[in-house]
Design a protein around this ligand. Structure first.
Ligand SMILES: [Fe+2]
Ligand SMILES: [Fe+2]
Length: 144
């Protein structure tokens, strides 16, 4: 999938956390969230049809899969290197996944109407977590 201009701009907002693999996963997550925002925007003026729901199912599946794999990789690395911020990272990761799993359940039951605040929450969480929390491990890992 090629990134649209909007996605490229969004990706530039992400700070470099010093590990190429994690930077790439962050960009991938950001591009999924941007894609999700586009879907939600397109549903402002009409009801979701079967194809929209399929798109949303697939997107959420991807977001959850990439996020859980990414969180696990970060946590493993933090554990292996005795990173002092592990506990707060783990807490944020778990809370996010728990929330996303609940949303996924609502999506599967088609019991959800996406509002702008949810859309913003997803984006804000991601940017805040990467730029404020993840970025703190950059110097720690690079010194090792
Ligand atoms: Fe991360
Ligand atoms: Fe993280």
């Amino acid at each position: 999938m090629s990134l649209s201009n909007q996605d490229q701009n969004s990706s530039c907002l992400l700070k470099d956390v010093g590990i190429m693999r994690f930077n790439k996963e962050h960009m991938r997550l950001a591009s999924y969230v941007a894609e999700f925002q586009e879907v939600v925007d397109s549903l402002r003026t009409r009801e979701a049809n079967i194809e929209d729901w399929r798109h949303i199912d697939a997107l959420f599946g991807r977001i959850l899969k990439v996020a859980s794999g990414h969180f696990k990789a970060e946590e493993d690395m933090m554990n292996a290197q005795g990173y002092p911020g592990y506990d707060s990272q783990k807490k944020q990761h778990d809370k996010f996944l728990e929330k996303m799993l609940k949303v996924q359940e609502d999506i599967r039951g088609r019991k959800i109407k996406f509002k702008d605040d949810f859309k913003a929450m997803l984006w804000d969480w991601l940017i805040n977590h990467i730029n404020q929390v993840d970025v703190e491990y950059r110097d720690f890992f690079n010194k090792k």
